[in-house]
Design a protein around this ligand. Structure first.
Ligand code: ASP
Ligand code: MG
Length: 408
């Protein structure tokens, strides 16, 4: 019997009526002779509400307690979904992340999956049951509950699909698929019928609302991921070993434009220009599990230089603490930060070896009077850090400037 993994995001399970409607849909799939493992996110804004609640009690909640707290949102959703399935006459069982055998490392708040022990899952599938797994969580070797990071249920779903050898992973959300830009910002945005893992990874890492780690997993284990709406029957977007893994000329050059407002910049001034300084600055950040994105270091004129880099806003206080600890070692007088910035990115594997994209991007931004603070590129992406208040305009201008509305 074929097996698929479904994942439903918070808006798809926001209330009892939506849970019942999703359960009916899962039931139909089951009736067609397909085995289903379903992953659910917490209902609606539950996770945000829990974060706020914790912060009203403690400004700096203990990470272990925080993860155990946040894991409850998905437990509520998965038990209710199971009850809904059972009320419709389907044999179903809910499993927490740990019951589903999801073992993680010990980095609270952004734990990574080490392995999935599929014995229990297989046992339940063999009984003919629909399994509903609580997303975004797992368990450490010491039996502590961890969470995978905000939006992590996508990663739970793709990891389960990989571990169980599912045919594909279907992600149900409140939009119809992946677009050339956020349709809420750009009314003319095009829905993509398909996209390769590599482009999708860049889109997700730079603002499209999917957990980037789920795309990495999908690519590595070759799990096709189908993104579509739980509220409509419209066709969605298939993320797979697509055209960008087999480059062909004349294909779409730019897949999409994304923006990300979760950006903060740290600038360390007058760092001495000698070997080992960058390592001394970034090692403690890595050790603290913080990922650093755009890094800019100038060539020095007077044997000192400025180093700027970006982190997610949530990591800013922690990153500043780490940097302050090493200021003396790296001979820097001070550090400054700015959390009023955002990134805008153009992404497309067609940019590889094709000159002119960067210049065109900068010209479009210049004509919109948008100042560029920092620039980074990968083979298939160009990102500019700009003022947050200008970023939505930047997306619109670039979408128009690169003529993404028109069928290409
Ligand atoms: N409920 C978690 C969050 O809101 C995980 C998820 O939705 O995937 O971040
Ligand atoms: Mg969510």
């Amino acid at each position: 019997m074929p097996l698929v993994v479904h994942k439903y995001g918070g808006t798809s399970v926001a209330d009892a009526a939506k849970i019942l409607s999703v359960a009916r849909g899962i039931g139909k799939v089951r009736d067609s002779g397909v085995e289903v493992v379903t992953v659910v996110s917490a209902m609606g804004n539950t996770t945000d509400d829990l974060v706020r609640l914790a912060e009203t009690i403690s400004p700096d909640p203990d990470p272990r307690e925080m993860d155990l707290l946040l894991s409850t949102g998905e437990l509520v959703a998965c038990t209710l979904m199971t009850m809904a399935l059972r009320s419709l006459g389907y044999d179903a069982i809910s499993l927490s992340g740990s019951q589903a055998g999801i073992h993680t490392d010990t980095v609270y708040g952004k734990a990574r999956i080490d392995r999935i022990d599929t014995a229990r899952l297989k046992k339940e599938l063999a009984k003919g049951r629909v399994i509903v797994v609580a997303g975004f969580q797992g368990i450490t070797a010491d039996q502590d509950i961890t969470t995978l990071g905000r939006g992590g249920s996508d990663t739970t779903a793709v990891a389960l699909a990989a571990a169980l050898g599912a045919e594909r992973c279907e992600i149900y959300t409140d939009v119809e698929g992946i677009y050339s830009a956020d349709p809420k910002l750009v009314p003319g945005a095009r829905k993509l019928a398909e996209i390769g893992y590599r482009e999708m990874l860049e889109l997700a890492s730079y603002g499209a609302k999917m957990h980037p780690r789920s795309i990495e997993l999908g690519r590595y284990y070759n799990v096709p991921i189908y993104v579509s709406s739980s509220f409509s029957d419209a066709s969605g977007t298939l993320i797979h070993q697509g055209p960008d893994e087999q480059p062909m000329e004349n294909r779409v050059k730019i897949a999409g434009i994304t923006c990300d407002t979760n950006v903060a910049k740290i600038t360390v001034r007058s760092v001495s220009d000698r070997p080992g300084i960058a390592a001394a600055l970034f090692e403690p950040l890595a050790d603290a599990g913080m990922s650093v994105d755009t890094i800019v270091q100038n060539t020095s004129l007077d044997r000192t230089t400025d180093i700027s880099f970006t982190v997610s806003r949530g990591d800013l206080p922690g990153a500043l603490r780490q940097v302050e600890k090493v200021l003396e070692t790296i001979g820097a007088p001070d550090v400054a930060s700015d959390s009023t910035l955002a990134s805008v990115s153009i992404i497309g594997s067609g940019m590889q070896n094709t000159p002119g994209y960067a210049a065109r991007m900068f010209r479009i931004l210049a004509e919109g009077n948008i100042n560029i603070d920092m620039i980074t590129t990968s083979e298939i992406r160009i990102s500019c850090i700009v003022k947050e208040e200008q970023v939505e305009e930047a997306v619109r201008l670039l979408h128009r400037g690169f003529e993404l509305e028109e069928a290409q």
